[in-house]
Structure formats: structure tokens, C-alpha cells
Design a protein around this ligand. Structure first.
Ligand SMILES: [Zn+2]
Ligand SMILES: [Zn+2]
Length: 146
């Protein structure tokens, strides 16, 4: 079942409408997401053809690795999405920052990535499917990182 969502950056210069297939969140504890977000990245997958941005001229794309990029608002710095650029199944899929959504009531945390890199001082209480760094690499290849 598809769910319509909308969202925007902190200043509102960038906004979007999208359809998501599963209202499920993934948390990523890897060191890059930690630095990028200043905490934990909570992402929601959106297929490329199900995403429509407004204010695209305000989106700054940062190539964070040879196979992936991260986008943020040029004006307010809000993190917008992570996206794999390398060829493969993941290519082009948006992993949007869940915090940018206008309404977050329908979403559930279902997975945690790089659980072995999570700082020990906090954790989520939801029951999730967790993957360690090496499990992530096994499943997605090295393109899952970065
Ligand atoms: Zn902004
Ligand atoms: Zn990460």
C-alpha cells in the first residue's frame, strides 16, 4: 500500500511530496551518518520516480564517497537525503531524512544498520532487525557505506 507524504527543510526553501511503499524507518549508526546528521540518521526509502522536490535550486549535493551522495538545503543546512549513485539495485533510491516529514505519526522504526558502531550511551527501545557493519557489507556490498 502506498502512502503519500510531504515534507520540507527547516527554512522551507526545499519541500517535497512523495509516495512511500512501506512506512518503515531505518536508523544508521555509521560514522558518516553520525557526522552528517550530528546524531543518528533516520531514513525512509523513496523510489526515484515517486519523489517530487520543489525549490530544487536550493539543494546542495555532496558526493560523500565514490558511490553515494548526500543532499542538504543550501540555506538552512537541513539534511535532505542520502542516495547511492553507483550502478546497481540501490542506485537512485532516495533515503530521505525522516525528520523532514510534515507528519511522522504513521512511521515505525524497523531496522538499524551498523548496530555495532552505535555509541553505547543511547539506544532505541523498538524491536528492530539489526545489522552489523560486516552484515551490511555482505548484503549490500561496500556501496552501502558512504
Ligand atoms: Zn532550508
Ligand atoms: Zn550511515
Amino acid at each position: 500500500m502506498e502512502v503519500d507524504i510531504s515534507g520540507k527543510c527547516m527554512c522551507g526553501a526545499v519541500s517535497y511530496r512523495a509516495q512511500i511503499i512501506e512506512p518503515e524507518l531505518g536508523a544508521c549508526h555509521c560514522s558518516m551518518c553520525r557526522r552528517w546528521t550530528g546524531g543518528v540518521f533516520l531514513g525512509l526509502s523513496v523510489m526515484p520516480d515517486a519523489m517530487a522536490y520543489e525549490g530544487e535550486e536550493h539543494i546542495q549535493i555532496f558526493q560523500s564517497s565514490p558511490w553515494a551522495e548526500r543532499a542538504f538545503c543550501k540555506i538552512c543546512g537541513s539534511n535532505l537525503f542520502y542516495r547511492v549513485t553507483a550502478a546497481g539495485e540501490e542506485q537512485g533510491i532516495y533515503h530521505i531524512g525522516a525528520g523532514t516529514m510534515d507528519d511522522q505519526m504513521e512511521i515505525t522504526l524497523s531496522q538499524q544498520l551498523f548496530i555495532d558502531q552505535k555509541p553505547s550511551g543511547y539506544s532505541f527501545c523498538e524491536t528492530t532487525a539489526d545489522l552489523t557493519a560486516s552484515q551490511v557489507e555482505e548484503i549490500f556490498g561496500s556501496s552501502a557505506i558512504g
